[in-house]
Design a protein around this ligand. Structure first.
Ligand SMILES: O=C(O)CCC(=O)C(=O)O
Ligand SMILES: [Fe+2]
Length: 500
């Protein structure tokens, strides 16, 4: 027989509960790793360090022979369970109950299940409740105050950090420049390699005037949008967004939104928005149908966002906030960003951390770097991401944004170099587009022959310059090694885009 509900099972096992399913009261909790703004864990799980200051018995001791497994390994093991086994395993003792309640494991089970393939279902506030169909009154919280585990407590801390503590008080030297508006001449002359925010540029967009989460729900509740690994109806995503405790909430990031919403996106009668004039011609338009996806609708709750990355193919981008507010922290292409590890050939970025973890562990150090830029882009504002710049973005409240990648004239050499010299890192093109560099060059040769010659000239110059620097640093017989190491005070990168 399948389990009826948590309450009944727990009662039959005689475990101690706090009965109500509500959050804990002011039960004393010695907090060693989290700040005062973090509420007590709903199951009263405590950070591992508390064990040494607590006289209560340690729930781990009732694990029997499973005690040899560290918490990390226990959690990994749980990913192999099906939903019934996971639920039952959790009823064997408090320590395992605490582990089996971890919503990350239930998210995994959800995504693997039939439910994970559906676009419309009822989100019930957590992955576990949704998978098991548990309404609020059928959920139970066992008092796990003698469970001490960083593996379990840390994600809770991360999903409750006070974003405001990390995004207010931006040091004046770091503030991203803000203007009401900018002309293309000013952009081309001074600003194409610097981040900035325009405060009065998108007010005339119908999308800005009429879109908000409520109006999108009215109009598109049955339209499916992509949110990372799932395609959900907007009604389903909306419900998830407003009632989720995920540390890294699923982020709606849809490149086919214009077709799905049946809207026009280029200037002219009836367009919902259009690309800003100040960035000038977008040279990637020359790719025609070979062009990779380049515009996205972005929707997410507070705490959702993007971990550190550079935008693809050395493109630049703009990001316009329609509703909500986004905190941005950015670094120039060559900066070694604390907490972000890049493979030798630049092809892989490992930021092992969620946004919250990065903010907790690395932001303070990172914002002391001389080239750090930070800012808040509010509703009605648009931010410029220059080619090659590192950025991390977090939504301070639930909201909507539109973003588009583009190639301005000034970054043509970077993009050409990227397409030519890093074919393994080129991304976003359809499979049948095997020679994006050649297609781009052919388009440029036809429409902007002088610009192309100038860009190719710059590339050749840099190539020579780089070879000289390398020969100098490596000596005659060192030329076999990859020009990636720091040597004789020089830092080498493969692409011109990263050369600063
Ligand atoms: O709004 C965001 O989360 C930032 C998106 C972003 O960085 C991107 O589209 O590349
Ligand atoms: Fe980006």
């Amino acid at each position: 027989m399948f389990l009826s509900d948590d309450q009944q099972q727990i009662a039959s096992l005689g475990l101690e509960t706090n009965g109500s399913g509500s959050h804990t009261d002011g039960h004393h909790q010695l907090t060693l790793t989290s700040g005062p703004s973090i509420p007590p864990h709903p199951l009263r799980i405590k950070p591992l360090g508390n064990k040494f200051f607590d006289n209560s018995n340690d729930a781990r001791e009732s694990l029997g022979s499973l005690q040899v497994l560290p918490d990390e390994m226990l959690m990994q093991l749980l990913e192999y369970f099906d939903k019934r086994s996971l639920r039952l395993f959790g009823y064997t003792c408090k320590f395992l109950f605490a582990h089996c309640m971890s919503d990350d494991v239930w998210k995994y089970i959800f995504l693997e299940s039939e439910l994970g393939k559906q676009s419309s279902f009822t989100w019930l506030g957590s992955w576990r409740a949704t998978v098991l169909g548990l309404t609020l009154e059928r959920r139970i919280q066992v008092d796990c105050s003698n469970v001490f585990s960083d593996v379990l407590h840390r994600p809770f801390v991360c999903s409750h950090i006070a974003l405001h503590d990390h995004t207010a008080n931006i040091p004046a030297k770091n503030q991203i420049d803000r203007f009401e508006d900018l002309s293309y001449a000013e952009f081309a002359d001074k600003w194409s390699s610097k981040p900035f925010i325009l405060t009065k540029h998108i007010q005339s967009w119908p999308a800005y005037q009429s879109w908000n989460l409520g109006s999108l729900l009215d109009r598109y509740s049955n339209v499916n949008f992509r949110a990372e690994a799932v395609d959900w109806s907007f009604a389903t995503y909306y419900r998830y967004m407003l009632d989720s405790q995920d540390e890294s909430p699923l982020y709606l990031f849809d490149r086919k939104f214009a077709e799905k919403m049946d809207i026009e996106v280029s200037k002219g009668g009836g367009a919902a928005y259009w690309k800003p004039d100040c960035f000038g011609p977008d040279l990637f338009e020359l790719l025609g149908t070979a062009r990779p996806a380049h515009r996205w609708l972005i929707i997410g709750p507070a705490r959702s966002g993007s971990t550190f990355h550079k935008d693809p193919n050395a493109t630049s981008a703009w990001n316009a906030v329609i509703q909500g507010a986004k905190y941005w922290i950015m670094f120039p292409p060559t900066t070694a960003v604390p907490g972000v590890y890049v493979s030798k050939d630049n092809s892989e970025v490992t930021s092992p951390l969620s946004i919250a973890e990065w903010l907790l562990e690395f932001q303070a150090e990172a914002r002391k770097l001389p080239d750090c830029r930070e800012g808040i882009c509010n509703a009605g504002e648009i931010l410029h991401v220059p080619s090659g710049w590192w950025h991390l973005v977090v939504n301070l409240e639930a909201g909507i944004a539109l973003t588009q990648n583009f190639v301005p004239k000034s970054h043509l050499p970077d993009v050409l170099s990227f397409l030519k010299d890093r074919p393994d890192q080129v991304s976003g093109f359809k499979k049948e587009v095997t020679e994006p560099y050649s297609i781009f060059v052919a388009g440029l040769r036809e429409k902007y022959p002088d610009l192309l010659e100038e860009a190719l000239g710059k590339l050749a110059e840099k190539q020579v310059h780089k070879k000289r620097r390398w020969d100098f640093a490596a000596g005659d017989d060192g030329a076999e090694e990859q020009p990636q190491k720091k040597s004789a005070g020089f830092s080498f990168g493969f692409g011109f885009g990263d050369d600063g």
